[in-house]
Design a protein around this ligand. Sequence first.
Ligand code: APR
Length: 172
Amino acid sequence: MTTDPRIELFEGDITALEVDAIVNAANERLAPGGGVCGAIHRAAGPELAAACARLAPCATGGARATPGFKLKARFVIHAVGPVWQGGGNGEPDKLEGAYRAAMRIAADRGCRSIAFPAISTGIYGYPLAPATRIAVATVREELARPGAPERVIFACFGPDVAAAYRQALSPN
Ligand code: APR
């Protein structure tokens, strides 16, 4: 449970979700990788990599949309979070930018539901607590804009991620 009924936590694999858009934790080349990116590319099929290649590159802090191909989701929104370099290299602003760009693209495409992984917190090494605080704060700001999705799911891959989101969503 969260204090905002539009925000939900889901524990498991983001590729299983029936939502209008799932967000990929992408790299600037929009190339298939490991982590959630690998799972999304496997589930969507090879057409996804071809569509990504046509849209690449995407700067860190930005996002691009492709169809979902074999996924249940209509769109994949590829959001590029920062590589953690200690926090003094603009990482918070870039992470915020990735969430904001994904929410705006979802709004532009008429998505009513969107699911996010914890961008940058795996291979890119961003510490979970500050990353989930930025995710929650940015999504809350974007939900206040006209045309924003009505439902946002934070997909938590493992108990540590879920605990960090619960903390970030708690009122105190
Ligand atoms: N569903 C939901 N979340 C997942 C899944 C999944 N199937 N698989 C992994 N995750 C979680 C990780 O546990 C982590 O919390 O997604 C979060 C982001 O981790 P990464 O996938 O490693 O993404 P990131 O840290 O942003 O690194 C991006 O990794 O795969 C490459 O191409 C990608 O180069 C880019 C880099």
